[in-house]
Write a protein that binds this ligand. Structure first.
Ligand SMILES: [Zn+2]
Length: 515
């Protein structure tokens, strides 16, 4: 007797092979048979010709903290994401130095963190990277100094311990303090600590604007010198003058590296706006010593003047593209959905940089932005490459999340399927599914997910291609996607027609169990 039998589906197995009509049976959370199956089963579902694919794997997630408070993860589940990889852009929750941990009530070791996630019984499967920024913070705080040999050794030790505890690799966020204070030499040494474990290196590069080409070179060189596989995070070009040009160069560089035997892949979110902390518009040197030191500098008239000049110079003509997405304080709620220039206007013609600074002073890390900086041609060019996979750069959120979070949190995977695959015809449906299943599974090293075949965990998405739609948009991001009929995590029905069933059947995936 099967636990579950799905009949008459158009099966897209995730490998890129053409779809075929068939049935799929599940027992004890795993796929036990595919083909013509008669049952009996505890539950039989007639797919009636809908597509059945592996659950989507979001290789670029930031649910590290939110999964602890929101284990149901509606934003992930309702778009068909069944596994996510956290710890990207240099930032993980653990490990922390003992002192920092006591202050913030966090977790000292990576194992403690993973155990805590397991205890919340998340609805999605979770795999995690360890963040270089987090590790550097644990060893040397928000110091802009070059790391000494002892400090590098301490960072290597923490990295190795995180890998022992179950991390799948290491990430950097080279625009964010304190990760950005590291030299390339330091990065090579710290990153090489994941090599013995077969871990990979994911990088939010130093620059995605004017210097994106230089940054891709740095990423390729760093990974090569460290001897590890490379994942370029959310690849994009945000310098308007270089649109339609720079991405041709970066993709050619990646192709060349691959031809020469370097294992490099990329992820990308399918939107022309990015999203990050509003504080990212402030020069990195001002963060030395941490967020409180930053606030002090923003309040000091002389330093503030200097920061204002630098910020305005680097944001010439760009403040109007930056919109406030979320913030906490009651009196600033009116700013949500407005651009920095609109807010400055409303404040009586205030200076743009100072408008941004004062929001950061009031909200600290709680202020987030949506920033329109990319062009569609670049997005499509990058997405069409066989080594590029979707990654939301978003996180687990409920449908009643306040503010206007970036729609990528809720709609990334359905947008790729409905808009770029079905409507824009960039690639076949089989290729689209492969990019969101087998490709990320191979990159992370998840041998038991990402493909529909006997013995694999039954992470499944049943969808109607015609009615598939990424309803979440900038105006109303907190919505389910249309066309996703059913989502199963480890064989358990977790969403049906845009509604979360309440099931919490996800697993915490640890590297040592995936050899
Ligand atoms: Zn990033």
């Amino acid at each position: 007797m099967y636990q579950l039998l799905i009949k008459n589906a158009r099966i897209i197995d995730g490998t890129g092979s053409p779809w075929y009509y068939g049935d799929l049976a599940v027992s004890e959370g795993k796929i036990v048979a595919i083909g013509q199956i008669d049952g009996p089963a505890e539950e039989t579902v007639n797919a009636d010709g809908a597509y059945l694919s592996p659950g989507f794997i979001d290789i670029h997630s930031h649910s590290d903290r939110s999964i602890l408070s929101d284990p149901k993860a509606e934003s992930r589940i309702l778009q068909g994401v069944t596994t996510e990889v956290t710890g990207n852009c240099g930032s993980s929750v653990a490990p922390e130095s003992d002192e920092t941990m006591r202050q913030r009530k966090l977790f000292t070791t990576f194992k403690e963190y993973l155990d805590a996630v397991e205890e919340t019984r998340p609805s999605v499967n979770t795999a995690a990277l360890v963040g270089h920024g987090t590790i550097r913070d644990a060893v040397m705080g928000y110091s802009t100094s070059e790391a000494t040999a002892e400090q590098i050794e301490a960072m290597q030790k923490l990295t190795a311990q995180a890998m022992e505890d179950g991390a799948f690799g290491i990430s950097t966020g080279l625009i964010y303090p304190p990760s950005c204070y590291a030299s390339q030499e330091e990065l090579v040494q710290v990153i090489s600590a994941v090599k013995p474990y077969g871990g990979y290196y994911a990088t939010h590069m130093r620059n995605e604007n004017r210097d994106v080409v230089k940054s891709v070179k740095e990423a390729l060189d760093t990974a090569k010198a460290a001897g590890v596989k490379l994942q370029i995070s959310h690849h994009k070009v945000t310098c308007k003058a270089d649109w339609r040009v720079s991405c041709k160069t970066t993709i050619a560089m990646i192709e060349r590296a691959r031809r020469q035997g370097q294992d490099v892949t990329c992820d990308q979110y399918p939107y022309s706006a990015s999203a990050t902390g509003l504080s990212s518009n402030i020069p990195a040197w001002a963060f030395e010593g941490g967020i409180d030191a930053l606030v002090e500098r923003l309040k000091d008239p002389v330093t503030r003047e200097k920061l204002k000049e630098e910020s305005n110079a680097s944001h010439l003509g760009r403040w109007g593209d930056i919109y406030v997405a979320t913030l906490k304080s009651e009196e600033n709620q009116w700013m949500i959905g407005k651009s920095i220039t609109e807010i400055a206007e409303a404040l009586g013609g205030k200076d743009y940089a100072e408008t941004c600074f004062d929001i950061v002073i009031a909200e600290k890390e709680e202020a987030r932005e949506v920033n329109f900086g990319m062009c569609e041609e670049d997005i499509e060019y990058i997405m069409s490459q066989p080594f590029v996979m979707p990654g939301s750069d978003g996180s687990a959120m409920p449908l009643d999340q306040p503010g206007k979070p970036h729609p990528r949190n809720y709609g990334t995977f359905v947008r790729v399927l409905s808009h770029y695959c079905r409507d824009r015809k960039l690639f076949s449906l089989e290729t689209a599914v492969q990019k969101m299943t087998a490709l990320p599974a191979a990159r992370v090293g998840l041998g038991d997910r990402g493909v529909l075949k006997q013995g694999m965990w039954a992470d499944l998405v049943l969808f109607d291609l015609e009615s598939l739609k990424d309803d979440p948009d900038y105006k109303n991001p907190q919505q389910p996607c249309s066309g996703i009929r059913k989502v199963y995590v480890n064989g358990v029905l977790t969403a049906e027609n845009g509604v979360h069933t309440g099931a919490q059947a996800g697993m915490v995936l640890r590297r040592q169990n995936h050899k």
